[in-house]
Write a protein that binds this ligand. Structure first.
Ligand code: NAD
Length: 505
């Protein structure tokens, strides 16, 4: 058996270069300069986008501020906001194909995956629409005969939404419909590498009846656009998904105005496999967890922790399975794993693997870039590294590539100690047929999401987010909606039974 299964260039014709502009106060605006996105898989320009400056960022914030303050969106009954969100969901479903195509060309991810992400995002919009109608507070009727108090939930206000390149449309849909359901207005900045589907959504929002100025889109780099969106006093909250390093900058940038910050950051997610697990299912999930999105995934199951008794057998299983995963042309529907986002990122991935090998780890599969026949060389081999020690960078840092590191353990306590010996706390998994083992693991591990006998299953209803340096705040589901709500207590005295404080006689 060869080392891997390659899918050569399919020869699919590429669409014309897409042109993107900003959406500010309901009008499409260009900039003096443009940026170009070269497809990671095909090596040609696939989109050209207006390159935003501080001017466009401030204009978008002013438009969102005006739209919030005059109540054109927050003042609507929740059922009217929900109706618009439901229309957006329908429009997304009707436009899966063009959205998926440009998502694949800009990000390098397989076309079948892009179709799944774009189509699946419609469900996030529907769930947010349902939640819009459930916003409720508390009432206190037992404080005394002359007192009634209530706690109201109100929209936070103007929200800056800043998104990464690895799941551009999906992550946008984890944030925007929930902010809109709450009644907020928004300024959105997609990654400079994957701007198109966010800009395309702007057109669908208008078609669905979203009032102008409620959602504003500014294209461009973190500096200056993201910086302004973080620090400007006209913004009430920043909702950010991206790297932990930029997350720290966001925290600092927002601190002068003490605005609310929600952060979804990186992960170094462990899966622990016990000898009594269904090893076939575990092996399949491990291989999926590490190669999905070429490992460029916050939830990448990039470190597995194997019980010593099954380690050799399990490594043999996943090595064999890895050889059957299809790597290659993302436009071919047979492809499961596509291209690396930039050449620089490919070199960074390789740097981790070479450093681990130099420090004594064994690269038992892959290691090194990959040339796909008929396409460029911006691909990376499925890679498994054993003999890793917990102090190695490859075991601690986010490699963000198709690279699996393997550690071993003997007892549950040892496994938990290895899992928790990390700055990150995004997700973790356990494989065992013993419910007690699974529950003990779930209670002991420091992670925002724990999967038992599965990996990366997610639902709009089930909230998501990270502990430790993987983030703060939560997304999707009821808790995701609550992030975009402010709490106000209203205390009402009924009648005039209270004695005056000032004694006039
Ligand atoms: P990144 O941090 O480089 O960029 C994310 C966004 O921030 C981009 O839009 C970028 O332009 C913008 N940005 C950059 N500098 C900025 C600044 N100074 N101020 C404001 N905005 C700025 O991340 P990336 O490389 O696009 O995405 C990969 C990272 O995202 C990984 O670390 C991954 O784990 C993380 N991620 C986390 C989740 C999650 O839900 N926890 C999901 C997906 C990705």
């Amino acid at each position: 058996m060869t080392e891997m299964t390659l899918i050569a260039a399919s020869g699919t014709a590429l669409p014309p270069v897409r042109v993107n502009r900003h959406l500010i106060g309901g009008a499409w605006r260009d900039s003096a300069e443009q940026s170009e996105r070269v497809s990671p898989s095909h090596g040609v320009v696939v989109s050209r986008s207006a390159l935003g400056t501080e001017v466009e960022a401030r204009a978008a914030i002013a438009a969102a501020r005006a739209a919030f303050d005059d109540g054109r969106w927050s003042g609507l009954p929740a059922r009217a906001r929900a109706a618009v969100l439901l229309k957006v969901a329908d429009l997304i479903e009707a436009n899966v194909e063009p959205f998926a195509l440009i998502e694949t060309l800009e990000s390098g991810k397989p076309i079948t995956q892009s179709r799944g992400e774009v189509g699946g995002a419609a469900d996030l919009w529907r769930h947010a629409a349902a939640l819009a109608r459930t916003i409720e507070g508390d009432s206190f009727n037992g404080l005394g005969a002359d007192i009634l108090a209530t706690v109201l939930k109100e929209p936070v206000g103007v929200v800056s939404i800043i998104t990464p390149w690895n799941f551009p449309f999906w992550i946008l849909s984890q944030k925007l419909p929930f902010a809109l359901a709450a009644g907020c207005t928004c300024v959105v900045k997609p990654s400079e590498m994957t701007p198109s589907t966010t800009a395309m959504l702007g057109a669908l929002l208008a078609e669905a009846g979203m009032p102008a100025g409620v959602v504003n889109i500014v294209l461009g780099y973190g500096d200056p656009v993201g910086n302004v969106m973080t620090a400007d006093p006209g913004v009430d909250m920043v909702s950010f998904t991206g790297s932990t390093a930029v997350g720290r900058l966001i925290g600092r940038g927002a601190s002068d105005t003490l605005k609310k910050v929600a952060l979804e950051l990186g992960g170094k997610n462990p899966q622990v496999i016990f000898p009594d697990a269904d090893l076939d299912s575990a092996a399949d999930a491990v291989v999926f967890g590490v190669y999905f999105n070429v490992g460029q995934c916050c939830n990448s199951g990039s470190r597995i922790i194997l019980h010593e008794d099954i380690a050799a057998d399990f490594i043999a299983r996943i090595t064999d399975l890895s050889r059957h995963v299809t790597f290659g042309d993302p436009l071919d529907p047979q492809t499961q794993v596509g291209a690396i986002v930039t050449p620089e990122h490919g070199a960074r991935i390789d740097g981790y693997v070479q450093a681990a090998a130099a420090a004594g780890a064994q690269v038992v599969l892959g290691g090194g870039p990959l040339v796909v026949p008929g396409l460029g060389a911006q691909f990376y081999r499925p890679t498994i590294v054993t003999g890793v020690t917990p102090d190695m960078a490859i075991a601690r840092e986010e490699v963000f590539g198709p690279v699996l590191t393997v550690l071993t353990f003997r007892t549950l306590d040892e496994a938990l100690a290895l899992c928790n010996d990390s700055d990150y706390g995004l997700s973790a998994g356990v494989w065992s047929e013993n419910v007690h083992t699974c529950l003990a693991f779930a209670r002991g591990v420091q992670a925002g999401t724990v999967w038992t006998n599965t990996w990366m299953d997610g639902f709009p209803e089930v909230t998501f987010g990270g502990m430790k340096q993987s983030g703060q705040g939560r997304e999707v589901g009821r808790y995701g909606l609550e992030e975009f709500l402010e709490i106000k207590s209203v205390v009402m005295r009924i009648g005039r039974t209270r004695a005056n404080w000032v004694k006039t006689r």
